[in-house]
Design a protein around this ligand. Structure first.
Ligand code: GLN
Length: 451
């Protein structure tokens, strides 16, 4: 019933919202029947059994189209399923389809998709954020119960904030990246998007696992995230970085986020301001590292083994060149060029190495902050969702919008974004809570107490 209801909602709302690249109606109904049978005969139990889920289109799903919202993968049908998705299937979740995203997860608005933009369900003249805009819009529009997104520099937290839903970016290494089509491999993490903290903790518990197929996977001592769902923040130390509340922050967002801090204080948390001035260098460092890794990761899309191949060409090199020129969109090309440049001999030390050093300093600054605080609190994004068509013309401005999320990826930390109010136009505002590595439970506890 839940799956049928979700499919009906998709049918009704997709024309308006466009959250999905692919809807697998038949597959979902078939799987729902199988799952129902297992539930009935008692072989399948647990909170996710029979729950309809949407998967971001950069996670491989066996026999189901996986495009990364790019023309270059317009016909790519994987032969295997990403580990995180497999974990969900084992828990009995039913995949409805694949959600729209910025092409190869590069962007903050879901407007760089080759399959059309996704719209914000709260106001369809506005963007849903990105790059996991399809996943967050699908949850907000109730086209699914929850979704998976990926976060390289904020792509779960920022669209969650714009769409008024809750999303977690786990500590790097917590969820396997096996089968996640790589953007910036040292930063990418898969995470849940859902209507509240309880659902997110439950999903994270299901998808997190140690996986030898991902060399950066970490064997954690404790995967019991739901045990942190307790309404108690008495004595918890919360740090507010002054640098997160300066220039560029919308006054309505600022007021709502500070109000959230006030509420946690009322519940017994100790709230204090502190300096985290290094974050100013996070954007340049991130865009150098992410583009460098992307330029290498995207080298495999050459028209030979899979994906788009140009129709007419003369010789192998011409085929590569034309397939890539025609297959990639302009934001992806910009980043491949930027990444190739910062890795080229003569510029490697000046840009790439410097960015890596900056990354290490940012990690140190967070380490120091977490000696004092349990959780860091701030906004997820400087504004609420902008109107469609406003961001792409000025990429630098778009990159600056990632200011509050990016350093979390550079330091490998967990972060959660959850709704904390609305602006005067009725668009959602997101609160971000950041934890130390492997301390998801603290941010889940604080978020649950606030919610
Ligand atoms: N907006 C950032 C970028 O364009 C983050 C994207 C992401 O997290 N995938 O790179």
């Amino acid at each position: 019933e839940a799956v049928t209801a979700a499919l009906d909602a998709i049918e009704k709302k997709e024309k308006l919202v466009n959250s999905f690249v692919t809807v697998d109606r038949e597959g979902a109904l078939k799987r729902a029947k199988e799952v129902q049978k297992q539930i009935d005969d008692g072989t399948l139990t647990g909170p996710l059994a029979g729950v309809p889920v949407a998967i971001k289109d950069n996670m491989c799903t066996k026999d189901l189209l996986t495009t990364c919202s790019s023309k270059i993968l317009y016909n790519f049908i994987p032969t295997y399923t990403a580990e995180a998705v497999l974990n969900l299937e084992k828990a009995g979740a039913v995949i409805l389809g694949k959600t729209n995203m910025d092409e190869f997860a590069m962007g903050s608005t879901t407007e760089t998709s080759a399959y059309g933009e996704t719209k914000n369900p709260w106001n369809t003249e506005h963007v849903p954020g990105g790059s996991s805009g399809g996943s967050c819009a699908a949850v907000a529009a109730e086209e699914c119960v929850f979704a998976l997104g990926s976060d390289t520099g904020g792509s779960i937290r920022q669209p969650s904030s714009f769409c008024g839903v809750t999303g977690i970016k786990p500590t790097y290494g917590t969820v396997s990246r096996y089968g996640l089509i790589a953007y910036g491999s040292s930063l990418d993490q898969i995470g849940p998007v859902a209507k509240d903290v309880t659902d997110c903790a439950t999903i994270l518990e299901a998808i997190a696992s140690y996986d030898t197929k991902d060399s950066t996977s970490v064997k954690r001592e404790d995967y019991d995230f739901t045990s942190a769902l307790v309404d108690d923040v008495a004595g918890m130390k919360i740090g507010i970085p002054r640098d997160y509340f300066g220039e560029g922050l919308d006054p309505e967002v600022k007021a709502a986020v500070l109000q959230a801090a006030e509420e946690l204080k009322k519940k017994g948390a100790i709230v204090e301001e502190f300096d985290l001035s290094l974050v100013e260098y996070a954007i340049p460092a991130y865009y150098v590292i992410a583009c460098a890794e992307a330029s290498s990761n995207l080298a495999r899309f050459d028209g030979v083994k899979y994906g788009y191949r140009t129709k007419e060409y003369e010789g192998l090199h011409n085929m590569y060149k034309k397939s890539r020129s025609e297959g990639f969109g302009s934001e992806v090309k910009r980043r491949i060029m930027l990444g190739s440049f910062v890795l080229s001999s003569g510029y490697y030390d000046a840009y790439y190495l410097k960015a890596l050093r900056t990354k290490a300093l940012i990690k140190q600054a967070f380490d120091k902050a977490f000696e004092k605080y349990d959780v860091i609190l701030g906004p997820a994004a400087p504004t609420t969702a902008p109107k469609l068509g406003q961001s792409l013309s000025d990429p630098i401005k778009m990159y600056l919008g990632d200011i509050y999320t990016i350093s979390v990826n550079l330091a490998g930390l967990p972060g959660i974004s959850l709704p904390c109010g609305k602006d005067k136009n009725g668009l959602p505002i997101g609160l971000q809570l950041i934890g130390n590595c492997f301390e998801e439970k603290k941010i889940i506890r604080a978020a649950y107490a606030f919610e």
